[in-house]
Design a protein around this ligand. Structure first.
Ligand code: G3P
Ligand code: MG
Length: 300
């Protein structure tokens, strides 16, 4: 073997070594990331550690935050449904996103100005399509009744329903219902109002709660500083906010990040590769396919 040949073999060896080194580093990082425990259990855990979350139910196909949207999400293979929770005038936890009724129901004005009975009489489906007309606004109780034993739930507590009190408010009412349905291990709470997370932890430190990133309350704190500061179990943010820097920060400290709201396949793949442990999507069926194909291609 001449010098050139041996040099080329040496070069090849160095390349093989470098490739193996990078491959091992990437994989151990990936494995480490996949090993972070989820703060809740999934009923339909397929063991991949990634959570398919139906944002307001399968809301691309059915009116958001309605029973038909939640049922469809379950049938499509979602592992968690996300819902938005607020209180009626008479203090019943009801599922609706906006502070007002105008966009998604036949009613008008603030949700909190209407009693449970008034809210129940409204149509929360016809704004979406004629065939959905008559879909009512669900209560949290109705959703939990359906979800128990089938699908985990992310209860997002709406900012407008949060007060300064930990006890007697929306957080405690929701928690009492979760306990009644024995879903303590299957419910993740979250809120853009960090007081809600603090209140839940005050009520019971074991309640699984995520901070939903909100800039003003965060005052330049990193996700890990926020999670540690509020004793939260997870960090939820928009895909626009989930930078490589944040992904690294979460991985280092070891908490899961759930990213909303992702409906394009390209963005789903990007967020998963970046380290999101779950994605909120209006199209849980699309997300499920993307996830399955990613795992398949990583095996081959
Ligand atoms: O909880 C994730 C996501 O739902 C937060 O935003 O406005 O859709 O409730 P929004
Ligand atoms: Mg929400």
């Amino acid at each position: 073997m001449n010098l050139r040949e041996s040099f080329n073999i040496g070069k090849l060896n160095i390349h093989v070594f470098l490739f193996a080194f990078i491959w091992i580093c990437c994989n151990s990082l990936y494995a480490q990331e996949r090993m972070i425990d989820l703060p809740i259990s999934l009923y339909s855990d397929d063991g991949d550690g990634f959570v398919i979350i139906a944002h307001r139910g399968a809301s691309a196909y059915h009116p958001e935050n309605t029973m038909i949207a939640f049922r469809a999400a379950y049938e499509m293979g979602a592992e968690m449904i996300e819902l938005d929770l607020t209180l009626s005038k008479d203090g019943i936890p009801v599922v609706i996103h906006d502070e007002t009724l105008d966009r998604t129901t036949t009613g008008k004005g603030s949700v909190s100005d209407h009693t449970f009975e008034e809210l129940k009489a409204l149509d929360a489906g016809s704004w979406f399509s004629e065939e959905h007309s008559g879909e009512p606004i669900p209560t949290l109780q109705e959703v939990l009744e359906f979800a128990k034993g089938k699908i985990s739930v992310n209860i997002e507590i709406k900012k407008e329903a949060v007060t300064d009190e930990a006890w007697g408010g929306i957080e405690q009412k929701a928690w009492e219902l979760v306990k009644r349905y024995e879903m303590e291990d299957h419910v993740l709470f979250s809120s853009f109002d960090y007081r809600a997370v603090a209140h839940l932890k005050e009520i019971n430190v074991d309640i699984a709660a995520a901070l939903l990133y909100e800039e003003q309350q965060s005052v330049n704190r990193s996700p890990s500083e926020l999670v540690e500061g509020y004793n939260a179990d997870a960090f939820n943010c928009s895909y626009r906010q989930f930078s490589k820097r944040w992904a690294k920060d979460a991985l280092k400290v070891g908490f899961p990040v759930f990213v909303y709201t992702v409906n394009s396949k390209r963005l789903m793949r990007k967020m998963i590769k970046r380290g999101a442990r779950g994605i909120f999507s209006d199209k849980p069926d699309v997300l499920k396919k993307v996830v399955e194909n990613l795992w398949k291609s990583s095996e081959s």
